[in-house]
Design a protein around this ligand. Structure first.
Ligand code: PLP
Length: 397
């Protein structure tokens, strides 16, 4: 019996599948603008100086590599909560250090299932792994309208309407800031309205926070959680330290559960630990040690937040330069939204065949839906990207 032959055929992941294709592409001038990572002016993934300094301190401490507790070490969690909810008393939270935000999302899905939630709604479009993660956790997945691709605006009235129509026993997932893939987030008034509906309809809120610091600033980027905690009794944030510490491969994240009354935190924690134990057992230690070391040190956190600010401002400049270069090429597509969008991504309104041609004929890789990682651009590759777009659109190459 060939057991392995009985697998059904599945499609590769739309982001990591393209990364593999990019790797195999022999084109010496290829440019990868698919995966959401911050790259330096040399088009390399940036190593934060604060991370390097923290690693030196950890090295000197000669710590052993024993297993951490199932839901991570207290020191890491104490520091993280100060970053995500600085004005709240830590006693209102249960935190599990997880294997990146992805496993926090999966854990949240399994916990919601145990809580009796059946459905989860997320924006159309969203990070393509969201449906996958929550289906695997046993939830039914649905979308709500989010973005108007012609006007490059949020479909805000449609969002309110969809939330009002959500059935009982449902959760809704929003992204905290720097929405992936559109770069468009609700403003303060819109968040307030969204949260009011979440409260009125008794919908369980999940917030995916993968880009804190890349939008407006560290505190500004967690405004939605602050507003949420003022109104609702319970919520979960799934947090990633991948982008804002440059710790992608270290897999550092957290599930952060807020309970206004604090009454259910112990029970929740017990269920979370049992669920984690049956999944990956314990989280990886090194990345969390780096984050903890940075956040515990006044000097290193200062260095880190300055590094992050520089990155945020550089991405904003890249947006300006990208738009300018596109506009000089008289391409008959509206790209103005690029400078309004926030974070790493924008959604370019390019036809599907143009996206394919960009990839196959010019080695310029963006996602099939037009998502471009602005933080993968640099002065060296900008002209090649915009002139390739000009060729595929204006000259139909
Ligand atoms: C919106 C969103 N959530 C979660 C993640 C995954 O984060 P992590 O690498 O920490 O699992 C990403 C990564 O691209 C993301 O864009």
């Amino acid at each position: 019996m060939n057991y392995f032959q009985s697998f059904q055929e599945v499609k590769p992941d739309p982001i990591l599948g393209l990364a593999a294709k990019y790797k195999k592409d022999p084109n010496p001038n290829k440019i990868n603008l698919t995966i959401g990572v911050y790259k330096s002016e040399e088009a390399q993934i940036a190593l934060f100086r604060s991370v390097h300094e923290a690693e030196k301190l950890i090295w000197d401490e000669k710590l052993n590599k024993g297993y951490p507790p199932i839901d991570g070490t207290a020191e890491f969690k104490e520091e993280l909560i100060k970053l995500v909810a600085p004005e709240q008393d830590a006693k209102h939270f249960y935190i599990a250090h997880t294997v990146g935000a992805t496993s926090a999302l999966r854990l949240s899905g399994e916990l919601m299932k145990q809580m009796g939630i059946e459905n989860i709604f997320f924006s159309d479009l969203t990070w393509p792994n969201h449906p996958h993660v929550f289906k695997n956790a046993g939830l039914k997945t649905f979308t709500f309208p989010y973005y108007n691709a012609s006007s490059h605006e949020l479909e805000i009235e449609a969002i309110y309407k969809a939330l009002n129509d959500i059935p009982e026993k449902s959760a809704v997932l929003f992204q905290m800031s720097c929405h992936n893939p559109t770069g468009m987030d609700p403003n303060k008034e819109q968040w307030t309205q969204i949260i009011q509906i979440i409260k009125d309809k008794n919908i369980f809120p999940i917030i995916d926070c993968a880009y804190q610091g890349f939008g407006q600033g560290l505190q500004e980027d967690v405004l939605a959680f602050k507003l949420l905690m003022e109104q609702v009794d319970q919520a979960i944030v799934c947090y990633s330290c991948a982008k804002n510490f440059g710790l992608y491969g270290e897999r550092v994240g957290a599930l952060i559960a807020f309970d206004k009354s604090k009454k259910s935190l112990e029970n929740l924690g017990q269920n979370a630990r049992v669920t984690i134990r049956g999944n990956y057992s314990t989280p990886p230690i090194h990345g969390a040690r780096i984050v903890k070391t940075i956040l515990q040190s006044q000097e290193l956190s200062q260095v880190w937040s300055e590094e992050l600010t520089k990155m945020r401002l550089r991405v904003k400049e890249l947006r300006q330069d990208f738009l300018k270069s596109l506009e000089q090429k008289n391409i008959p597509i509206d790209f103005k939204h690029i400078i309004k969008d926030q974070g790493l991504f924008s959604l370019l309104a390019l036809p599907k065949d143009a996206i394919l041609k960009l990839r196959e004929e010019f080695g310029v890789y963006i996602l099939d839906n037009g998502r471009i990682n602005i933080a993968g651009l640099c002065q060296k590759n900008m002209e090649a990207v915009t002139s390739s777009i000009q060729k595929v659109i204006n000259h139909n190459v």
